[in-house]
Design a protein around this ligand. Sequence first.
Ligand SMILES: NC(=O)c1ccc[n+]([C@@H]2O[C@H](COP(=O)([O-])OP(=O)(O)OC[C@H]3O[C@@H](n4cnc5c(N)ncnc54)[C@H](O)[C@@H]3O)[C@@H](O)[C@H]2O)c1
Length: 324
Amino acid sequence: MTSITELKFCKHKATKLIYFFLIQTIKNYLGNYFNSKNKIFNYLFMKKKISIIGCGAIGSELAQHVDSNMGENITLLSLLDIRLENAQILKSKLIHNSPLIFENFDEFIKSESFKDVELVVEAASQNAITSYLNQLILFKKDVLVMSVGAFANSDFFSEVKRNVERTNTNIYVPSGAIAGIDALKSVKNSISYLTLTTTKNPNSLKDSPFFKNNNLTVDSFKKRTLIFEGSAIEAVQNFPTNVNVAALLGLAGIGVEKTKVNVIADPSIRINKHEIKVIGKFGELIVRVKNIPSPTNPKTSYLAVLSVIECLRSITTKGIKYGT
Ligand SMILES: NC(=O)c1ccc[n+]([C@@H]2O[C@H](COP(=O)([O-])OP(=O)(O)OC[C@H]3O[C@@H](n4cnc5c(N)ncnc54)[C@H](O)[C@@H]3O)[C@@H](O)[C@H]2O)c1
C-alpha cells in the first residue's frame, strides 16, 4: 500500500516535471520564433552593427568613442582603410570591440561579417565615396557620409538619390564643421543670398589642387588674402578636403551652383573659421564658427568629429530629438 507521504512526494515530483517541460517548450518556441524573425529580433533587442571606413582623425576618434561610451547601442564589426596600419593602430586602442580589419573594399563587402553590417560610417575621402557609396546602397546598407564634397558632382549625386529610393536606405550627412543647417533647411525656399566664407591657415590648405594648379606654396601668403571666389562646386574641386561644408550648405540650401564660397588664407590664425550669411524673405541668418583643428589632422575641425559622434548617437537611440 502507498502511504499519504509517498503520494504527496509523487505529486510534487510530477508537478516539477510538468513545469520543467513547460519551460523547455516556451524556451524552444521563443528561440525558434526569434531565429526565424531575426530581423525583428535584431531591431527590437540587439545593438546596431556598424563598420567604419577611414581610420584617420575622424574615424579613430569616433571608433574610440563608440568603444568606450556607446557599447549599449553599437557594436563595431569592422574597419576598412587603404592604409592597413591605420586600421591596425586603431584596433589596438579599442578595449571592448574587436573589429575585423580590411584594406580592400572588395574583400570587405565579400566578408561574412559584412552581411550583418547595418550602418557604414565613411570618414575617408571623396574618392572613397565615389567608388564605394553606390555599392553599399545596393547592398541595402545605411551610410553616414563625412566626405560630402563628393555630392557636388550632380551626375554622381543623382545616381545616389536614385539608388537610395530604389533600396529604401538612409544616407546621413552630419552638419560637420559648421552650424545652422537646421535653420537653413527651414528657410531654403525663401533664400535670395547665401555665401560661405572659410578662413584657414595656408598650412591647412597647402595639399589642395588649388595650390598645386596655381604653383603656390605656404610661403606665398605672408598676410590675410582672399584666394578663391566661386561656387560651392568649384570650391569643392579646388579644396576637396577643406570645404566639404560648402557642398553640405549647397545641398541643404539653394543648390551647389548657386551657393557662393570665399576662401581666405591667413597665416596668423591657428583655427578654422567658417562664416555663413543667408538673406531671404525670412530675414537674415549669420553663423560664425571658430573651430579648433583636430590634433591629428589640421584640415579637419574638432567640431566635425563631435558632429559625427552626435549624429551616430541620434541614429542609434530612441527618444526625444531636438532640432529640425
Ligand atoms: N563634412 C565635414 O564637415 C567634414 C569635416 C572634416 C573632414 N571631412 C572629411 O571627412 C573625411 C575624413 O577626414 P579625416 O580628417 O578623418 O581624414 P584623415 O586624412 O585624417 O583620415 C582619412 C583616412 O581614410 C583613409 N582612406 C582614404 N581614402 C580611402 C579609401 N578610398 N578607402 C579606405 N580608406 C581610405 C586614409 O588612409 C586615412 O586613414 C575627409 O574626406 C574629410 O575631407 C568632412
